[in-house]
Design a protein around this ligand. Sequence first.
Ligand code: ZN
Length: 154
Amino acid sequence: MVGEVCRNIGCERKIFPPRDICPYCNKPANIEYKFSGRGEVYSFTTVYDAPKGFEKYVPYVVALVKLEEGPMVTAQLTDLEQIWTKKEVDGEMRDIMNFNVQIGMPVEMVTRIRSEDGDRGIIDYGYKFRPPIRVDLQSGLIFKAQEAEVPAAY
Ligand code: ZN
């Protein structure tokens, strides 16, 4: 996850995404800076009605993530624990799924498929964020994410 750092002495802020001009002091910022990829959920929303190309991923969570170096980025969250509850809807009991996500929850960046264009076979890779701890729902085992690596193209 590469951004930039402002070269103006006294500012020296970390910038993401890279834009060559510091948004804080408007001076040139073109020194590459590699972010840790760690941050926390600042706010989030669950998307049920997706834009074209994202329909098969619903529901999913989009969050504003505050990186530990300071900048905010908007990204999809992935590998979230699912919480199922029963709820009465129109007089019948239904299973309702919610993602386990909270403001302030620590997250880390991973590279994942963002969308696939079925007709042309174009796959758009991008970054997403996931909790650093993952629960395997079948076994009930808890993994630190580093121990439960999945291929980038998961
Ligand atoms: Zn600056």
